[in-house]
Design a protein around this ligand. Sequence first.
Ligand code: F0G
Length: 458
Amino acid sequence: MQIKTIIEPFKIKTVEPIFMTTEEERKVFLKNAHYNPFLLTSEQVLIDFLTDSGTSAMSANQWSGIMNGDESYAGAKSWKRFEKTINDLTNYPFILPTHQGRAAERILYGHLGGKGKIFLSNTHFDTTRANIEFSGATAIDCLTPEATDTSLELPFKGNLDTKKLVQNIEKFGKENIASVILTVTNNSGGGQPVSMENAKEVSKICKNYGILFILDACRIAENSFFIHEREKGFGDKTYKQIVQEMFSLADGCVMSAKKDGLANIGGFIALRDKELADACTNLLIITEGYTTYGGLAGRDMEAIAIGLEEVTEPDYLKYRIRSTAYLGEKINKLGVPIMLPVGGHAVYVDAKKLYPQIPVDEYPGQALVCELYLKGGIRCVEIGSVMFGKYDENGKLIPAPMELVRLAIPRRVYTQSHIDYVIEVFEEILRTKNKARGLKIIQEPKFLRHFTSYFEQN
Ligand code: F0G
């Protein structure tokens, strides 16, 4: 008999307590946090779906790697292991360790960017966009129109729209395109995967125009699972081979190791071109550290190297993708509108559809974020007009294309009963959905406003 239930492919060795709270207590906590869950303390949270970044539970193997970390300033054996593992996956010769993904972005895009430069991507993640704009350059998303229809079930909704890509290259001139960035999976576009075919097309276009092609690879293992399942010709390949093939199409990558590196901190830049690597190395030494540790301790490099090997293991990836799909399928069945199909690291709720009574300039996504915290102590993040909205010259909101709420699932952290609890909270969210209220922003910074803005309930 074939047992169909997919179980967590691990036993729990160390546990961390969750502090129970009541709705009454959470009302006070949320008010004091100005209706922005980023400003809550973790002890005030029951289920933390704020991010899958840096929140993974490490394996016993990774913890033993931590003890083996070589903290030598130069040429540590942990660096050699880190370099070899990344080289084996990417086949890029130049590897620059950074303390996390955005440090890699600041170095690479800061160097490539500047006034008049254009970056093109399926969707720039918020830190990617912020680093590009901070350099004076412009970031343009080229997502396919289908991608913003949350109910449309297509296999690769993270794909970059190659027509829009070519149009933008022609419009701005190839000499002004600093690079094309393919984000796999497409985090801000709903955690949707990118097909190998699309990556090949993008690669071809970049080669034809002589434009640098960079992968934002922080969830490339999860992306490989979808290619294995959904794309013709990949069912017999290993996840690692698929990852390697995708890297082979690009000129380099930035990667936050806090996602598919299964580590709590870390990142890197990996490049083919020596001249570009040299320029980045200069910046690395100024702000991150010497070339063989960058922004990392030796023990971090050990944990990342081991994590990058564990992340393409079939049992792990099957459990990972299945457990995300479990949450998405169950709440969708209850009637919660979500981004379909469910992506790899998160379930995205379509808050505009859930709360049609709340206009976009009253942030329906933020309203749901607050409701989930109040009703269930669940913390998650708005990915909509709070995160990506801009103002026109009259101060009117230019809304984001979608009003999503992301329930990002930390890797190897929560069990099925935690997820069942979340599903029950959604039943309550549906029962009380007509009572949900919008919010207004009363204080905001210039960049990345979702982190620190203060809100008031209308
Ligand atoms: N690129 C993508 C696609 C990301 O999702 C992130 C981080 C980064 C770059 C930056 O990496 O955090 O190590 O500096 N995403 C986190 C998230 C923060 O919650 O999705 P970092």
